[in-house]
Design a protein around this ligand. Structure first.
Ligand code: ADP
Ligand code: MG
Length: 376
């Protein structure tokens, strides 16, 4: 579906293209990957590793130094030694894009925001008025925004605005949807629910997508394949499970592994409330993921979301007993490694709580801080 080969993109000041002059920054060094039809492919990595540059190059918003980009066998960009140069304009690539900032048009209604990308198509490709209306309503329906069609776009909540941005990208029925940290401006709860909505939508509509994020849990929860990037290069590419179970470098292990992953399987589910059987007890959590009973899952929780205490909490839901194995003082936090039965759990506490090795502790995992990550 999408194929990127040997993509290179550098930035430099005036004159810096001449040898020995100025400092040239290679945002993308030599990136290659393939995305199969219907996939949700994720570029994951820390800030500055070249994710946005890669995505903008696919969209035609950046002109790479060299490499080739093709969608469905159609070359959109090519440059380099012995390669026939080609650069299809962004508006001729037929791709949909959603950014971190919603970039909705504030002076327009919800309907007009979604209709606009169709109305500005070249005359020969522009659908008729009634078809535009029908397509806009259909996509608003999908995004559960139909009742707001006549509302001013700015009068929507943050989550609705982000759904509107998605609706606008989807209305052109793009061959490929490019998403650059589309959820990172939303609060945690909304992010989690939109994450699964996005996944459902992507699956139902069968849209091939390239998703960019620096959030490893988001990547694990959403993706069919993940390319982990560092300093302009893909350092590991694989299925979410392979990435976190078999990191091939210390960088990937540390980047992914700053979270805890607890194996388990779903034992009951009522709507979005799940109970998962884990090695050291049951865990209760809420998730928008639709997973049947028996599904093998991994539950993820960040170290800073775990609450440690020496006193027994009054509510014992999601509380396990463990023993501190080691601790490390980090200045603004204290990292504790806690042994709970067969599991090792990392918890980051405020400096006011520092527990010595061998201290018995209660490990509380708040329901709203647990994420369900599908396995396999
Ligand atoms: P990410 O999206 O992974 O955070 P980017 O692709 O935005 O990373 O940036 C990769 C690198 O390229 C960074 O070092 C960034 O500073 C640099 N960079 C990005 N855009 C420009 C630009 N327009 N001019 C100069 N340097 C840039
Ligand atoms: Mg970016």
């Amino acid at each position: 579906m999408l194929e990127i080969r040997n993509l290179v993109k550098s930035y430099g000041g005036p004159g810096s293209h001449k040898k020995g002059q100025g400092a040239r920054v290679f945002a993308v060094k030599d990136v290659s990957f393939r995305v199969e039809p219907g996939e949700m492919f994720t570029l994951l990595g820390p800030s500055g590793c070249g994710k946005t540059t890669t995505l903008r190059s696919i969209a035609g918003l950046e002109k790479p130094d060299s490499g080739t980009i093709s969608v469905k066998g159609r070359t959109l960009f090519s440059a380099g030694e012995g390669i026939k140069p080609l650069n299809v304009a962004a508006n001729r690539r037929g791709l949909g894009m959603v950014f971190q900032s919603y970039a909705i048009w504030p002076h327009m209604t919800v309907f007009d925001n979604v209709a606009f990308p169709l109305q500005v198509k070249p005359r020969a490709e522009r659908p008729g008025k009634s078809e535009i209306e029908e397509r806009v309503h259909r996509v608003l329906e999908t995004m559960e925004l139909r009742q707001y069609a006549e509302r001013q776009a700015t009068k929507l909540s943050g989550g609705q605005q982000q759904r509107l941005a998605l609706a606008r990208a989807l209305v052109i029925e793009p061959e490929l949807l490019l998403l650059d940290e589309p959820l990172s401006n939303l609060d945690a709860k909304l992010r989690e629910s939109l994450r699964y909505e996005l996944k459902r939508l992507q699956r139902e509509l069968g849209i091939t997508s390239v998703y960019v994020t620096h959030d490893q849990i988001e990547a694990l929860a959403l993706s069919s394949h993940i390319a982990v990037m560092r300093d302009g290069e893909v350092v590991q590419l694989g299925k979410p499970r392979d990435i976190y179970e078999a990191p091939q470098s210390k960088f990937v292990a540390e980047f992914i592994g700053s979270s805890n992953f607890i194996p388990g399987h779903v034992v009951s589910r009522t709507g979005e409330s799940y109970v998962v059987d884990a090695p050291e007890g049951q865990l209760h959590l809420a998730s928008g993921a639709a997973m049947p009973i028996g599904t093998e899952v991994s539950i993820s929780i960040r170290p800073e979301s775990i609450e440690l205490s020496t006193a027994r909490p009054t509510d014992l839901k999601n509380v396990w007993e463990g023993v501190v194995a080691t601790r490390a003082f980090l200045g603004d936090a204290v990292d504790h490694v806690v042994t709970v039965g067969k599991l090792t759990i990392r918890a980051r506490a405020l400096p006011s709580l520092s527990l010595a090795a061998d201290t018995k502790v209660f490990v509380r995992m708040p329901e709203d801080k647990l994420s369900l990550v599908p396995v396999g």
